[in-house]
Write a protein that binds this ligand. Structure first.
Ligand code: PLP
Length: 384
């Protein structure tokens, strides 16, 4: 049996999620916008329940959640939506060199339209420097886009400290020329660890169901309504669904699945994380016993399910060929077709050689002790 250790790329759908979704493909197939009959009302009710389930998981109001096709769309709406509405206030956006390509490519597209983008550095651990962020903020900064945790290394940024800096040094509440929002790509974190958008003062945040046992092609964007109110410029027109921010017939089955995945995560998250974290620790302890092997990124602030290991002097592509029954990743899934060194590991100061020798293992709730035992043996045999 192949062993799946690529949960940061995607996860299997939880059976309880699938069960919740199934009736909405068949007997409850209505369009949530059909106001004139019960088929529509049933779908509309299901969407309302799901919106509340998402809101409960991240501690916001249900009116602050809009459904998207996933994080890539959420990221585009957040960044381009702020840019189009606030560029008269300023044309400066701050992000980080280790962001997901969905953020970097979106920023790159805006650069071509006249935006000035600052790409913050990270240290060897993968973490940004708050002083560098402070220095980068100007009265023209309209958005700071920083991910919660990195998909390749699992490294977690100090989001609360970041939002404090952003809101203290360039507070949106002060009016005038100053003011900027904090957008957080929390795709790898929602459903894994508790996020409270109030407590952490995040203004906009994206999430994606397929990263936490929901279906692919559905996600949500949290958009703060108060203190400060964030107004985004829509990127998809046509009918005014989702409060005019994202037109198009709602993906009711997907939305029901996302809602159920949120509900399950809220109740199971703590137990799952304790168990998975033990397995991850065992995996990396035994693998780093191999000579010239080290963990990429901070081991203090990191997702409990992820380890990115450099096996120096061994090409990861060669290792992968020798461990065909173990599904792991080199770089991120979205870019692993491109034979370039990982931009994340490069930004952390690794040499090209070391980035080409690094492998990401990401565990999930269906990972067993036997999987980890076999992975350790197989990888050791491939290297020694
Ligand atoms: N952001 C991060 C950190 C991710 O890991 C991913 C998926 O790999 C995305 C964004 C894109 O998410 P989606 O697949 O929902 O478009």
């Amino acid at each position: 049996m192949p062993i799946y250790l690529d949960y940061n790329a995607t996860t299997p759908v939880d059976k309880r999620v699938l069960e919740a979704m199934l009736p909405y493909f068949t007997e409850k197939f209505g369009n949530a916008s059909s106001r004139t009959h019960s088929f529509g009302w049933i779908a509309e009710d299901a969407v309302k329940v799901a919106r509340q389930q998402v809101a409960d998981l991240i501690n916001c109001l249900e009116q602050e959640v809009i459904f998207t096709s996933g994080s890539t769309e959420g990221i585009n709406l957040a960044i381009k939506g702020v840019w189009e509405n606030y560029q008269s206030k300023g044309k400066h956006i701050i992000t980080v060199k280790t962001e997901h390509k969905a953020v970097l490519d979106t920023c790159n597209a805006l650069e071509k339209k006249g935006a000035t983008i600052t790409y913050l550095n990270v240290d060897r651990e993968g973490v940004i420097d708050l002083q560098e962020l402070k220095n980068a903020l100007t009265p023209q900064t309209i958005l700071v886009a920083i991910m919660y945790a990195n998909n390749e290394t699992g490294v977690i940024q100090p989001i609360k400290e970041i939002t404090d800096v952003v809101h203290t040094y360039n507070s949106p509440f002060e009016g005038g020329q100053g003011g900027c929002f904090l957008f957080c790509d929390a795709t790898q974190v929602v459903g894994k660890i508790n996020i409270d958008v109030q407590e952490e003062h995040i203004d906009i945040m994206c999430l994606s169901a397929h990263k936490f046992y929901g279906p692919k092609g559905i996600g949500a964007l949290y958009i703060r309504r108060k203190d400060p109110r964030v107004a985004l410029f829509p990127q998809i027109d046509g009918g005014g669904h989702e409060r005019g921010l994202r037109s198009g017939t709602l993906n009711v089955t997907g939305i029901v699945g996302l809602g159920k995945a949120c509900e399950i995560a809220k109740s199971d998250m703590w137990d799952d994380s304790a168990r998975i974290s033990k397995l991850r620790t065992r995996l990396e302890q035994l693998l780093t016993e191999l000579p010239n092997t080290f963990i990429n990124g901070s081991t203090k602030n990191r997702l409990f399910n992820t380890t990115n290991i450099c096996f120096q002097n061994h090409r990861s592509e060669t290792i992968i060929k020798k461990i065909p029954n173990i599904s792991v990743a080199i770089g991120s899934a979205c870019t692993s077709a491109v034979a370039e060194p990982s931009h994340v590991l490069k930004a952390m100061g690794l040499s090209d050689e070391d980035t080409y020798s690094s492998i990401r293992f990401s565990l999930g709730k269906y990972t067993t002790e036997a999987d980890i035992k076999e992975t350790i043996e197989t990888v050791k045999n491939a290297i020694l």
